[in-house]
Ligand binder design. Structure first.
Ligand code: PLP
Length: 339
């Protein structure tokens, strides 16, 4: 995410700028905003758990510099409503590979999009992530900044160094006859992936569509098996304009349920079904935010409810019908006393 922000070049956020974003997210969509000295502006999420596009307008100020929608857990944000305000948009699609908004894939709407390739995601290289963009300048900047800030010709193509043109010498006359291969014109990071990771990633990419279909099938199976308990737990919502790719299967314990989230997740975990909170819950409650400058617009009632009552279970492509039946049965056993 940090690389994504820096790759915006002249449009990157600067100290004092505001970036409108979601409080229900993984922390590294918010940290780079703060690390740049800018101010995250949090608006509440809607029933999809993604930031409510209808609240963006209210959050805009004369310091607004960018909007950072987070496509959470496989559901896309409502991108036309976000883009209509005309600000640069960085899409955090880290959890939503292949998800679609009005039939267009996430990551393809904004200036750039980010995808995580950590082991828990739709496809993986073990660790790391990728940035997608249709903008050549952003792509060049990203290549350079991930490679220590090396001048672009070398970052893009190490062999370009063998054809030393004069352009870079004109750009950096103070270097004299110095070697382009050790010339750094930006403050970069060491974020290059290895060839082995790239090979794994490319092969995984070929399997992405198949994985997504399996995740969607698993989610539908869980939904059918659990829908009779809809009065106790709220199941994931998929808007009719959306294609949800179910990074996980998110559940919200209803406020009037006769048990707590903790009681339910403890029972599931004791029976071998792993759960996790919905990412960092509501970011503003995280200890790392103490003393940090941020702005909240309106109330964060839904985000707070997700923090208090939300959790997710897996719907990984490799889960078998027996696995899914066991998950459903375990929920049933827990709910038996609460029908
Ligand atoms: C919503 C979200 N944003 C960002 C990230 C990761 O960001 P980074 O590439 O900065 O580690 C993740 C990682 O899983 C994520 O789920």
């Amino acid at each position: 995410m940090a690389l994504a922000h820096d790759s915006l070049g002249s449009e990157r956020i600067k100290p004092g700028d505001e970036v409108i974003t979601s409080p229900v997210t993984f922390p590294t969509s918010v940290f780079p905003i703060i690390q740049a000295g800018a101010i995250p502006v949090f608006i509440d999420v809607d029933e999809t758990m993604c930031m409510s596009a209808d609240l963006v307008e209210e959050a805009i100020s004369d310091r607004t510099k960018a909007i950072l929608p987070v496509h959470l857990l496989g559901h896309p944000c409502d991108m036309p409503k976000i883009l209509k305000h005309g600000y640069p948009v960085v899409e955090d699609a880290c959890e939503s590979h292949g998800a679609e908004c009005y039939s267009k894939k996430v990551g393809a709407w904004g200036k750039l999009g980010t995808f995580s390739l950590f082991a828990a995601h739709h496809i993986t290289m073990g660790e790391g992530g990728m940035i997608v963009t249709n903008d050549d300048t952003i792509a060049d900047l990203a290549r350079s900044i991930r490679a220590f800030g090396r001048v672009i010709d070398v970052a893009r193509d190490p062999y370009a160094a063998q054809e030393l043109g004069t352009r870079w010498k004109e750009l950096f006359p103070e270097l004299g006859p110095f070697d382009i291969r050790q010339t750094y014109d930006k403050l970069g990071y060491g974020l290059k992936i290895t060839d082995i990771q790239a090979a794994i990633g490319l092969e995984q990419l070929n399997k992405l569509d198949k994985f997504i279909e399996a995740r969607r099938r698993n989610a539908e199976y869980l939904r059918k098996g659990l829908e009779e308990f809809n009065h106790l737990i709220r199941l994931p919502i998929e808007k009719d304009w959306a294609k949800h790719t179910y990074h996980h299967f998110a559940i919200l314990v209803r406020e009037d349920a006769p048990f707590t989230r903790l009681e339910l997740v403890n029972y599931l975990e004791a029976n071998g079904i792993e759960t996790r909170p919905i990412e960092a819950g509501n970011m503003v409650d995280q200890p790392c935010m103490r003393g940090v400058r941020y702005r909240v617009v309106g109330n964060l009632r839904n985000s707070q409810l997700i923090r208090k009552n939300g959790f997710f279970i897996g719907c990984h492509p490799s889960l078998s019908k027996d696995d899914l039946d066991y998950v459903i049965l375990t929920f049933e056993n827990f709910f038996r006393g609460y029908r």
